[in-house]
Design a protein around this ligand. Structure first.
Ligand SMILES: [Ca+2]
Length: 353
């Protein structure tokens, strides 16, 4: 009896069991369909974002593939200089050879107040770590097409410089890992000190392992409401990492974008794949609208900047002198104290007699 009841049900189970893989297969197929649909929808929304961004892309200030006529054609918005040469994949500022200098400069003066510059670059070469150099720089400066000691550009420059420094000239204490990216605002009198990797004039920076990277390497500079932020993406995670943040940065209008590089005894290939300039839409209060025009770049709150630099820690030499002067100061105080005490004691003695 029991067997009679269970047998058909077992049979049914068996027949359903036979269909099971099909159900299973159908489920997988549905899931796959769902997944693909989700992917398409997601990619569409990403594409929308891209379109949204592209609308604000300012082509006249951007350098991107294909680099048609770049540096040669009269319709090109960029000039090449020195060893810089164009290939289908990149603009090579310097090859991996000693003592080369190359640059690419925009021909059109720049007037936007709120913007973002995304730089896709590649630094690679045969040299072992710290046996390569010197790095590259991104510029927004008054002067263009100049030769010089600052990554292939002039010193005492006027404007903004972002340095991707790949060789530690001053790093005797190994307190900083290279490549190191830093920001400087030149006013025509400030000098970038190559031997000290520009430490005395830097407004901020970070380590970014951007050399011989297996991933695409990017940096993004944003200037909005006088606040300059620098973020980097060098480890293939498709996310921006904080690098520098400086408020009160004022740049006069009419400057030029550029990228330059130099090699010395040590070398690397320094390539720019793209420099894309996006306009940012920013709301301003009437006071912000009426901001005074300036003629020389400056940082409003330099005091704040100095404090931040001190917080980064003292070098060995700074520490030695601070200690020395502290001891001397204490010595002088002690001598003065003793003299005052002696005088006071003498006065007291005189009063007793
Ligand atoms: Ca250096």
């Amino acid at each position: 009896m029991v067997a009679a009841v269970t047998k058909p049900s077992q049979d049914r189970m068996r027949s359903i069991g036979f269909l099971y893989p099909m159900f299973y297969f159908k489920n997988i197929r549905e899931l796959t369909c769902l997944f693909v649909t989700a992917c398409i929808l997601m990619s569409q929304s990403l594409a929308d974002d891209q379109d949204f961004l592209e609308e604000f892309l300012k082509r006249e200030y951007s350098l991107a593939k294909p680099y048609r006529g770049l540096g040669f054609s009269s319709s090109s918005q960029w000039d090449l200089m020195g060893t810089a040469m164009v290939t289908p994949d990149h603009v090579r500022l310097t090859p991996d050879l000693q003592s080369r200098q190359g640059a690419v400069w925009s021909r059109i003066p720049f007037f936007l107040r709120d913007w973002e510059l995304k730089v896709h670059f590649k630094i690679h070469g045969q040299g072992k770590k710290n046996l390569n150099g010197d790095g590259l720089a991104i510029w927004l400066t008054r002067d263009r097409m100049q030769n010089g000691p600052v990554f292939g550009n002039m010193n005492q420059f006027i404007g903004l410089g972002i340095f991707v420094d790949t060789y530690p000239n001053a790093d005797k204490t190994h307190d900083r890992t290279f490549p190191y990216i830093s920001v400087m605002l030149g006013n025509g009198t400030l000098s970038y000190n190559h031997d000290h990797d520009g430490r005395t004039t830097e407004l901020g920076g970070c380590t970014a392992m951007a050399r011989n990277a297996i991933y695409d390497t990017f940096l993004l500079v944003r200037l909005s409401k006088n606040r300059l932020t620098l973020v980097v993406d060098v480890d293939g995670k498709q996310e921006w990492k904080h690098c520098a943040d400086v408020t009160g940065v004022r740049l006069p209008p009419g400057y030029f974008f550029g990228a330059s590089s130099a090699t010395g005894d040590l070398s690397d290939n320094h390539d720019i794949i793209s420099m894309k300039l996006y306009q940012l839409t920013v709301e301003r209060t009437p006071e912000e609208e009426e901001e005074e025009e300036i003629t020389v770049p400056r940082v409003d709150n330099m005091e704040q900047f100095r404090v931040e630099v001190e917080e980064e820690g003292m070098s060995g030499v700074q520490f030695f002198f601070t200690l020395l002067f502290s001891i001397l100061g204490l010595g002088v105080l002690a001598v003065v104290g003793l003299m005052v005490y002696g005088r006071w004691k003498e006065n007291r003695r005189k009063r007793f007699y």
